[in-house]
Design a protein around this ligand. Sequence first.
Ligand code: 7SA
Ligand code: CA
Length: 498
Amino acid sequence: MAAVRNGSGEEILLQGFHWNSSRNQTPWYSVLAQQAKTIGDDGFTLIWMPPPWTDSSQWNTPTAAGGGEGYFWNSFDKNGRYGSDQQLKQAVLALNSAGVKVVYDVVPNHMSDKAVYSMFPRGTNEWRQDCIQCDEGDPFMDGAADLNTANPTVLDAFQKEFTNLRDNYGAQGLRFDFVRGYAPQTVDRWMNVFGNQQFCVGENWKGPNEYPQGDWRRSASWQDALKDWSDRSHCTVFDFALKERMQNGSLAEWRHGLNGNPDPAWRAIAVTFVDNHDTGYSPGAYGGQHHWALPDPLVNLAYAYILSSPGTPTVYWPHMYDWQRDQLIRQLIKLRKGAGIRADSPIRFNTAYSGLVATTSGVSGTLVIALKSDLQQLPQGMGTPTLSWDNGDIRIWNTSVEPAATKVNVHCDNANPQPGERVYAVGSSLEFGAWDPQHAVSLTLNNNRWSTTVEVPGQQKLEWKCIVRGQAPTAVYWQAGANNAFTSGAVTDTVGRF
Ligand code: 7SA
Ligand code: CA
């Protein structure tokens, strides 16, 4: 088995429902069957289906109401609010023949405790409240509906149902709901039987401040907690680290998502998303749940980023098929596939520019992304963007495949910057600011030498110069004489001298 169960590593996921899909006029499974060919043509390889188990729950608060969405299910019966068992099978057939694999949302943490003649009798250690340690994780709400997934009867009941979903309902992956509620090792056990070539993703939506005192994750990053869960389950995780940066950080800070981690083993486990049925809006009653919705002006930028960067990207149904972002998203998917971007593809960020500027290296091409950036002066040969959207707020260049990136140490000797001035390197490639002094790479003084390290594609003939400049755009003092030149990958250091 690969380190993580991320399918082919080049999957593109569609969330195949929203919060009000179970209340849709036409049964949702028929909508999916009718839409299947479009979904395949649009380039999706996986569709995340809603929980397939019947749910007759009903709840309301002063501002919202719901129930029946599958997250408070009665039994494994497939005749629910999304349509009948038969309609589900027809939808799966249509999706598979359109080249789209099916991933089911499954909810082993809890089930309706109101279900008459429930599958699990009370008082037999099959429910959380049957005993003190009868749960491997957090409770959902007050825990009255939590199951004890460590109990062999419960463990086996889910194992059989997952096998049933694989053998009779076309499941080629599972989305594990509320994984904070049970052990990651249990997920790994279920997946070992379900199939190690299958896709699995865990919804581990739990911020550092939700861990108890003394738990290391309380003072760790969202990324660390997500990676820890993935290491124990060998499943991918929704990239809530990126979601948190998109919600609370600047564009430049989107590089701190799990999918932008310098380690490919961390990028490979990320399932990126912009919004889902909990966080985002949904067509219909109350506008859905919108617990943590991305502000509208950022949505196109977010899709441009996740579809041209590492991780496994997820598109939220309404964005594609209700709210007309499909034109942009379709083009982004085409660019991603054309460049052969994989979940673990390398990405390098250029923080000398405003907004977000990044280069993602695919197996058959390279995507350069500029989001709300002041990148104007381009390197030689990097012409007009392949895709430009929202008046240039989104620009993507599609260039040829690159040799693996290497690092080079850059030094500028005999520099004596005046107070308020700093030393930079400016040169021919994007990483060196494309000869634009205002976007040169800045050096730092350590043990009496001005240096920095730059990541550049290998086997490139690069030219550059040392400059000293202050904040004012004009005051630039250039190193005299010929350009410094080196072939990347052939040397570890390159030195310029004033
Ligand atoms: O606030 C948003 C964020 O703001 C940011 O600024 C914060 C973030 O940390 C912060 O930085 O995120 C916080 O809030 C999230 C949303 O609540 C939390 C997150 O951990 C927290 O950090 O996310 C949690 O809640 C999500 C809905 C879960 C996450 O896994 C979980 O971590 N999502 C999944 C889980 C479920 C449940 O299966 C689904 O919930 C989601 O769709 C799925 O994606 O008789 C039993 C019983 C009693 O136990 C109850 O006391 C009683 O009230 C029954 C009754 N329960 C009902 C619920 O009250 C009612 O709300 C239940 C039967 O029905 C409803 O529950 C719905 C739930 O509302 C809905 O979201 C549930 C079952 O139908 O289905 C959905
Ligand atoms: Ca639990």
